[in-house]
Ligand binder design. Structure first.
Ligand SMILES: Nc1ncnc2c1ncn2[C@@H]1O[C@H](COP(=O)(O)OP(=O)(O)OP(=O)(O)O)[C@@H](O)[C@H]1O
Length: 595
């Protein structure tokens, strides 16, 4: 219940901040509507009694009151609806914006790794619209119901205090309704993992990217069967919850129906004994039927508000998780130049939600102006080290310093603005070719010169040869006129994107050339390294090349051999060959394989 009140309050505050006058008008109209219906009942009773007594004036006044009350009841709600719908219209984008900002605008990626985060996000994505519109309605309905129930209760108590038990009879259906809702919510959360899995499998089966592998491996029917099973599991979970909920809700409503009949009989008995007039009988019949309707609405509204409470609770949870990852407040600016370099001391790292460190006790100095290569087998930990240097995650233990100052003392955004990255799992932005590259340096996205220059430095200009409208060509097959590129061409554009930043302090190329053969990769890296050395001399910028192909990075100033999350060896190519250790062994083995 606390969650319901808290969620309702948060929504009320949002509505207040979005548009005070709409909220005030909606509340006033809602209260007018809510009081009109119960007040119409005594007016109707007075009309009946006056008419039976031949009191024309009294009957006319009562009739006017009835008409006014009925018109208010019918129209005020309608106008209130317009206002709260508009409020919902404003609340939904606001909540969505907050969610987007929280999930993408946070410093790290840690929250993306947590399964409970994925579950909550799935529920949030499904329910956010309802929270915006439905809950705004629910919130105002609750207010209206509160007013209506209070007026009805006073009128009933005046007839016979025992009739006050009638609204009390609403408590069991309410409680059972709440229980039913939490059963359905539980089922919804339990069904989220299989339903996500089913959607993932559906995406695999339906996507062009995986079609080739599926055909060759003959996986289509296996994946379809697995998708069906996952979907069935999710549906079964949901149905089980819904079935139990229906039984509970029906039980609650039956309970109230019995109380309603007993209440009506109570007043009828007095009327038959001549202790009450026809007006009172009419009054109790009208009010009792309104109580019935109020209870039904209360259950529906409470369910709506429980959903709101849950959505707001989930939002709060995500907010807290993202905030808990926020680095301590920075107190230093990122320097314009690197003087000494970046140093990792005793660094270990364990991915969130796992318990095995994938980086262990790493001590490493990346010298200013240097070209450093991380080499190692698949899964050695190279990309993870890069992610730590990009500050996607905080280190679990140890420190990373830039010119002796702890990384965490610099604003993370400022540091990110000074790095340029080309990743193996690059994004395929289906935009104009100019924008696809230009997003690497948003300030210059409109500049054809800047984009051409970046492509030239990435040695990726040849991709444009295939594009009829040059850099203004729409890319991607989601567009009728979009041009689809090969994997290597997408990758070259991604490299161009990395080159949009002209003076990064850290340039990371994490196997951005995996679509190329070893020799082409080697030539490219060599040219990057030559250019990077030149820049590095001026600004101390560090270039980081990552590859599992040893031969392609032999020109690096410092080669770091990563194995099992540890630095096994480091030095120049010649030093490492002379040491005749793991590097020499793997280098020789790979050279023989490529020969
Ligand atoms: N998001 C993640 N959550 C949990 N474990 C992860 C995650 N990403 C990577 N790992 C694990 O961390 C280890 C190191 O992975 P990493 O990607 O750093 O290796 P790599 O050396 O870059 O490999 P590759 O050459 O294949 O890209 C692997 O065992 C991998 O399974």
């Amino acid at each position: 219940m606390i969650e319901v009140v808290r969620g309702g309050w948060e929504l009320f505050v949002i509505a207040w901040q979005e548009s005070r006058y709409r909220l005030v008008l909606a509340v006033v109209l809602m209260i007018a509507q809510a009081s009109a219906m119960p007040l119409a009942a005594p007016a109707l009773a007075a009309l009946t009694d006056s008419a039976l007594a031949g009191d024309v004036r009294g009957a006319t006044v009562a009739a006017v009151l009835v008409v006014v009350a009925v018109i208010a009841a019918l129209t005020a709600g309608h106008f209130a609806h317009i206002f709260y719908f508009e409020l919902g219209d404003r609340a939904v984008p606001r909540l969505e914006r907050e969610l987007i900002e929280m999930t993408n605008g946070s410093a790290g990626l840690e929250h993306h790794e947590r399964p409970e985060y994925a579950d909550k996000l799935q529920v949030l994505r499904q329910e956010l619209h309802r929270a915006g519109w439905g809950s705004m309605e629910g919130l105002l309905n609750s207010l209206g119901l509160l007013v209506a129930i209070s007026i009805t209760a006073v009128l009933l108590a005046r007839l016979n205090p025992l009739l006050l038990l009638l609204p009390l009879a609403a408590v069991p259906p309410l409680l059972l309704g709440r229980r039913a809702e939490s059963i359905v919510n539980g089922a919804r959360e339990r069904s989220a993992p299989p339903s996500r899995h089913a959607k993932h499998l559906f995406g695999l089966v339906a996507s062009a990217a995986s079609a080739k592998e599926l055909r060759v491996s003959g996986l289509e029917s296996e994946l379809r069967a697995r998708q069906r099973r996952a979907w069935d599991d999710a549906s079964e979970e949901l149905w089980r919850g819904e079935r139990r909920a229906v039984v509970l809700r029906t039980g609650g409503e039956l309970f109230f129906a019995v109380a309603y009949v007993l209440g009506t009989l109570l007043v009828l008995r007095d009327a038959v004994a001549g202790r009450r007039g026809v007006g009172d009988v009419l009054l109790v019949l009208t009010l009792a039927s309104q109580v019935n309707q109020q209870v039904t609405s209360s259950v529906a509204t409470l369910q709506e508000m429980q959903r709101t409470g849950r959505v707001m609770g989930n939002l709060r949870w995500v907010r807290a998780l993202v905030a808990s990852q926020a680095p301590p407040p920075p107190d230093r600016d990122v320097p314009r130049l690197i003087r000494d370099g970046v140093e990792l001391r005793g660094v270990s790292f364990t991915y969130p939600g796992t318990d095995r460190p994938v980086i262990a006790d790493v001590d490493l100095a990346l010298p200013a102006g240097g070209t450093v290569a991380f080499v190692g087998e698949n899964g050695a930990g190279k990309t993870t080290l890069v992610k730590l240097l990009c500050r996607f995650y905080p280190v679990t233990t140890g420190t990373v310093t830039l010119d002796g100052t702890d990384f965490t003392r610099f604003p993370v955004d400022e540091w990110r603005a000074r790095i340029a990255t080309g990743f193996q799992d690059f994004a395929r932005f289906e935009l104009l070719a100019r924008e696809n590259v230009g997003v690497g340096g948003l300030a210059e996205i409109e500049s054809a010169d800047a984009v051409h220059d970046a492509l030239r430095r990435a040695r990726a200009e040849d991709v444009l040869d295939r594009l009829e409208d040059g850099i203004e060509t729409q890319l991607g097959k989601t567009y009728a006129d979009g041009v689809e590129l090969s994997g290597g061409q997408w990758q070259k554009l991604a490299l161009g994107r990395a080159m949009m930043r002209r003076d990064p302090l850290l340039l990371v190329l994490d196997e951005p050339t995996s679509a190329l053969d070893a020799q082409a990769e080697h030539r490219l890296f060599e040219r990057y390294a030559a250019g990077a050395r030149e820049v590095g001399r001026r600004t101390g910028a560090i270039t980081l090349l990552v590859s599992h192909r040893f031969s392609t990075v032999r020109m690096a100033d410092l080669i770091v051999v990563v194995a099992g999350g540890r630095v096994r060896e480091q030095g120049s190519h010649d030093e490492l060959m002379a040491a005749n250790g793991l590097y020499a062994e793997l280098y020789t083995m790979q050279a023989a394989a490529y020969a």
